[in-house]
Structure formats: structure tokens, C-alpha cells
Design a protein around this ligand. Structure first.
Ligand code: FES
Length: 220
């Protein structure tokens, strides 16, 4: 017989893990609806100076299924890709000028970008965390349609007759949108994986919370 055991060790993929203080995430609102990873002003840049610091509007973590905490790592966002900002930029290995072209210069060749297929394959087990209009969201980094990185997506309000009912994210690759709470797509039966989020009393300044996320648990 299988009794519930409250002292059973938690499965590692069901463990919460911290992704940082709430104040380290810019609060994205409808006034700055660029793609998520675009650097933005942060409320608390953890600096006592007057220097204004911009940080990406989201963070990405690699969380292999069933991995110990030591194997969970933050994935650096490639800002050059982000700043260029269009889908075709990602993975484009075409040089800006060839040595034979009239515009060729003596500048060292640009490092080759990762091909798009590799970028997409590498998104496995990655969670994307961001704050939109004061609410934290954690979702799979890869778009459920064709695995495009949703850090390049744009969050928005889902409205009906001007009343905000929910929030969504639009993937720039083909323009599909997904509800940030249910994961439902605006077409087909595709579903975005939504992770659980908890805010706990943090170790930072008073009132600052720490953000924890974990994969959504299967019932039963
Ligand atoms: S890859 Fe995201 S909509 Fe197609």
C-alpha cells in the first residue's frame, strides 16, 4: 500500500530554486514593450552610486531535469543578438562584407554566430524568468511551436473590451502568442510550459523578496 510520506526526500526536479532578488528584475510595463531581453532600468541595481544601470528584462537558467542544485546555471544572454533584435539576426553566419566587396575593411572578422538550429536545440531545460507589470513569470525558454528563444518575445495584456483578463507573450519567429498563466496558444494545440513561481522574504534590503521557481508538478 502506498501511504503518503511527509518525510520522503523531494525529487530534485520538484525543488524550488532561487533565481535572485525581485529587485534585480526590471518591472516591464506597457511603456517599454521591446523584446524581453532588451536592457532596461532596474529598480534596485544593487549600487549605492548614482550610476544608472540597465539590465536585461529577463534571465534564463539551465535546469536539467532531475539535476542537483549544483548543475543549475544561469545562461548568459547574447546581447549583440538582442540589440540587433530581429529573428533573422539569430544564427546568421553571413559576414557583413566579404574581402572582395568594395566595402571591405581591415577590421578583424566578426566571430561566427551560432547557427539558428543550434541555438534552438540548446534551449532544452531552460527556464525564462521575468517580471511583467509587477507579476513574476517563469516559462520554458523555447517556444513550443518551433523552439525559438522566447527571451526575444514581447509580453502583452490579453484584453477583452479594454479589460485586462490575462497576460501573454508573442514569439517573434512566426507571431504566435501564448497565455503566460495557462500556456495556451492563440492557434493550434500547442502549449507553452509554465513554471511555478514563489516570492519569499529575501536576504536583500527590507521588503525585497527572493524569487523561487520550479517545474510545475504533475498531479497524482
Ligand atoms: S517558433 Fe515561436 S511562433 Fe513559431
Amino acid at each position: 500500500m502506498n501511504f503518503f510520506n511527509p518525510f520522503r526526500a523531494a525529487k530534485s526536479d520538484s525543488e524550488w530554486f532561487s533565481v535572485g532578488l525581485a529587485s534585480s528584475f526590471p518591472d516591464i510595463d506597457s511603456d517599454n514593450l521591446f523584446n524581453l531581453a532588451e536592457p532596461r532600468l532596474c529598480d534596485n541595481p544593487s549600487s549605492t552610486s548614482d550610476v544608472i544601470i540597465k539590465v536585461p528584462g529577463c534571465r534564463v537558467f539551465h535546469v536539467p531535469l532531475g539535476s542537483p542544485a549544483s548543475q543549475r546555471t544561469e545562461v548568459p544572454l547574447v546581447l549583440s543578438d538582442i540589440m540587433e533584435g530581429t529573428t533573422s539576426d539569430i544564427g546568421s553566419s553571413k559576414p557583413s562584407s566579404s574581402p572582395d566587396s568594395p566595402n571591405a575593411t581591415n577590421h578583424p572578422p566578426e566571430p561566427e554566430k551560432q547557427p539558428e538550429e543550434e541555438v534552438m536545440r540548446d534551449l532544452k531545460d531552460q527556464v525564462l524568468v521575468f517580471q511583467y507589470k509587477g507579476k513574476f513569470h517563469a516559462i520554458d525558454h523555447k517556444c513550443p511551436h518551433q523552439s525559438y528563444p522566447l527571451s526575444h518575445g514581447i509580453p502583452f495584456d490579453i484584453e477583452d473590451f479594454g479589460i485586462a483578463l490575462s497576460a501573454g507573450i508573442t514569439c517573434p519567429k512566426h507571431g504566435w502568442s501564448f497565455d503566460l498563466f495557462s500556456g495556451r496558444a492563440d492557434r493550434g494545440n500547442y502549449r507553452l510550459k509554465v513554471w511555478e513561481v514563489q516570492l519569499r522574504d529575501g536576504t536583500g534590503s527590507e521588503g525585497d523578496k527572493e524569487v523561487f521557481v520550479r517545474r510545475k508538478q504533475r498531479m497524482g
